[in-house]
Design a protein around this ligand. Structure first.
Ligand SMILES: [Zn+2]
Ligand SMILES: [Zn+2]
Ligand SMILES: [Zn+2]
Length: 462
């Protein structure tokens, strides 16, 4: 085994040991999913399970070639060819699906025994959750779940802390921000990316979570707050689960409609913005649903109109009449100012439609509409960060800071070696301490910071 592989393996073993210890000392933090015996669990392990299929092919002349050796095994490093026969046609997975637990004790025992990298469960309830095929599981309903993740928000700090590296062997160009469509140096299209997470990403995700919870789930849909469960995802966002039997039987289409409503997509604004006499009217803020949100949505949109990239005919007059338009909209009740000249009824309706799209809650759509999706177990550990996945009440959410409140490991120090010098690892904060940036050095870190960089895969244990 090469030295690099060796440190990789000892890093994974160390993390797994730390996860073991965590579950042993914090059994009460692990949540019991509703009707746990009906839930399918999905487990991501630390190791890659590989299988080298044995195949024989015969060409036209009858000549036989065989591939693969039929063996299988486990590896802590990513495997690209069979460790036994070097066949590249290898199958690997870190996943185990269709797992079931009858009760909390069984789940807890499994967590202590396997200390997985990550563990998920279905939002769905099944008659036979461990059946291998979806149609054999017998779906009997599903919670309504939402995922608010910095990945889906257009966050400017990605430019500062996300990096990409071209996969072309002779190139390996690197850059910051999201990966380009093609490499500026070699035109290659394959990249390795490293997404980071910072307080700014998480503040933005929190804002959208609060909006989803307050404005849409409680206000518009009227769900009882006691049926809504919130948690931090352990990485770049938050999850929301609605445990209300009235939503369990909603099919995928109904869930898509809920998603569209929340995101403000396809609103019919002709009924919202109307003209009365010679005045264009906008509903008062006390109106239910999107009508009452419209004034605030347009205010936000007008405030950012200079950054808007659309070319509609009303963009220029709206920029010019910005102050007057805001002045009218901020009144109680709000009005569509006549001083924002040459913006007619039709234009205001279009502006309202656009404004709703910007104002709507940003959620990861497939998570909500796919009725077979799995979602992280609350109270488990997230192997991408070493953070916990804690439940957070709506009141706690206001002051919740993942870099302080989702720390799993809080005693001792560890020596780690950073793997990359360019681009290095950006500065990060754990608890009250700032760390980094790091460029390939060996350092001793408190275990929470060490676990974070080890889980992120940017350092190995030394
Ligand atoms: Zn093989
Ligand atoms: Zn390149
Ligand atoms: Zn960020």
């Amino acid at each position: 085994m090469s030295k690099q592989n060796q440190s990789f393996t000892s890093t994974v073993l160390k993390l797994r040991f730390m996860f073991h210890e965590y579950y042993k000392s914090n059994p009460d933090s692990v949540d019991t999913p509703e009707k746990i015996h009906t839930k399918e669990f999905g487990i991501q392990s630390w190791e890659h399970n590989w299988f080298c299929p044995k195949r024989r092919t015969r060409d036209e002349s009858g000549h036989e070639t065989s591939y693969g050796c039929g063996q299988s095994g486990k590896s802590f490093e990513p495997v690209t060819k069979c460790p036994k026969c070097e066949s590249p046609e290898i199958q690997t997975t870190m996943w185990k699906r269709h797992v079931g637990y009858l009760n909390h004790d069984e789940l807890l025992k499994a967590l202590m025994a396997i200390a997985p990298h990550s563990i998920y469960h279905s939002a769905a309830f099944y008659e036979i959750p461990v059946a291998r095929h979806m149609n054999e599981k017998e779906w009997i309903g599903a919670e309504l779940v939402f995922d608010i993740d910095a990945d889906h928000l257009d966050i400017p700090c990605a430019k500062d802390h996300d990096v990409w590296r071209c996969n072309t062997d002779s190139c390996h160009k690197t850059g910051t921000g999201p990966a380009p469509d093609s490499c500026p140096d070699c035109a290659g299209k394959s990249f390795r990316t490293r997404k980071w997470v910072c307080e700014k990403c998480l503040e933005e995700a929190k804002k959208h979570t609060v909006k989803l919870y307050d404005d849409f789930l409680v206000n518009d849909f009227g769900f009882d707050p006691s049926t809504i469960q919130l948690n931090y995802s352990g990485n770049r966002g938050y999850h929301v689960r609605v445990h209300d039997p009235r939503v369990y039987l909603l099919d995928s289409n109904s869930r898509i409609q809920i998603v569209h409503y929340i995101m403000g997509l396809g609103l019919n604004t002709e009924k919202v913005i109307v003209s009365q006499g010679r005045v264009n009217r906008i509903p008062d803020r006390s109106f239910p649903g999107w009508s009452g949100k419209m004034a605030d949505a347009i205010i936000e949109f007008v405030r950012n109109i200079d950054a808007y990239s659309g070319t509609e005919r009303w963009v220029k007059p709206l920029r010019e009449g910005k102050i007057a338009a805001l002045d009218g909209l901020l009144r109680k009740p709000p009005i569509l100012s006549k001083e924002a000249k040459s913006i007619g009824l039709k234009s205001w309706q279009e502006i309202a439609e656009k404004a709703a799209e910007f104002y709507g809650g940003e959620i990861d759509r497939p998570v909500t509409h796919d009725i077979h999706r799995v979602i992280r177990l609350i109270g488990s550990l997230n192997g991408k960060t070493g953070f916990t996945v804690p439940e957070v009440t709506r009141d706690q959410l206001n002051d919740f800071n993942p870099f302080r409140d989702a720390i799993a490991f809080d005693n001792g120090h560890m020596k780690v070696k950073f793997l990359y010098s360019n681009p290095g690892v950006p500065r990060f904060k754990i608890g009250d301490e700032d760390y980094g940036p790091f460029h390939g050095e060996s350092v001793e870190l408190p275990s929470a910071a060490a676990a974070f960089v080890l889980c992120k895969g940017v350092a190995t244990i030394e």
